[in-house]
Design a binder for this molecule. Sequence first.
Ligand SMILES: Cc1ncc(COP(=O)(O)O)c(C=O)c1O
Length: 385
Amino acid sequence: MEAYLDNGATTKVDPRVLKAMMPYFSTAYGNASSLHKPGRDAKKAMDLAREAIAKKLNAEAGEIIFTSGGTESDNLAIRGAAYANRGKGKHIITTKIEHPAVLNTCRSLANDGFDITFLDVDDEGLVDISALEKAIKKDTILVSVIHGNNEVGTIQDIACIGALCRQRDVLFHTDAVQSFGKVPIDVKRMNIDLLSISGHKFNGPKGIGALYVRSGVKLTPLAYGGHHEFGLRPGTENIPGIVGLAKAAELIGTREIKQMAKLRDTLIKGLLSIHESYLNGPGMKNSGRRLCNNANVSFKGVEGEALLMYLDTKGVRVSTGSACSSRDEGPSHVLSALNVDPECIMGSLRFTLSKFTTRQEIDYTVKATKETVAHLRKVSGLRSA
Ligand SMILES: Cc1ncc(COP(=O)(O)O)c(C=O)c1O
């Protein structure tokens, strides 16, 4: 039996997505800038995909910029807004629980002379809106707050943050890489100026993403070249990826979200039946604030990495912290920001579901985790299960 529960790291490409992409590798491979028929066909496919992504966000097609993924979208949003607005101010606000794509972009801007505030969050990972309000200064140009956290699944109240930013005339960017397709987003109603998404987190291909840029928001490009993507992102467009991104977005909706949330709750209940196990992020009573596919649990007295490796031998694929940083040294910056006890940080695992996750996988994962935690506690002699 295998249970792939590392969908926060990446997902399997939906076969219907792959099918939609195939012609753009083999027969309809034109360059979207070419004037001949294959070029026009590529451009048509790209236009339709742009419209589909825009529709999902309640945006206009001309506000969607295709990129290589979440990291590039975050960089373009933050660096692009910082440099385009530096005449207005040099202060940027973000949080302590951002993905490294945002954290390290902000740190690089600090080295370039920008002033960055990293906001605290509460024990469930939520930003305090009044603290954000107090942090906004005269020279604040941008607020960047992650929508759905990649480690603990906390969903921020981005409508409230957006309203505050709009009222204070500050740009608002949200990293929606983990939430897109799993939480309904309406950029107009939520007053969002910039929003990042990535295809491989919702059963689309890797290496493709998008940045929503509200009409009228000025960005300085990261790279220079041709006039692709409204002059914001030069380079020949990745048509198969763009088609796959739009198809994947079309194939995830309310039904899939409900199904994942139900299985997530079964998983959490099963894992919490293990002695001295604790849920990180929003509590069960606040499960509406947790991504429908996330469960982050600490097992006291167990080394998370050892547990991960044992589970791997049983076919259960999970991660410690966020996958992108799980090879890095040091405890999770997200769990530390949530004031999780250091021993619990070391014993934490992230389980992330997809629309393809089955009840059998969940039951098998709970059983394998129970057995492995008991075994590891026994051999370490620290605690009995
Ligand atoms: C919240 C968040 N932002 C950004 C990224 C980076 O996305 P990509 O892998 O498409 O560069 C990830 C990837 O794990 C993520 O979880």
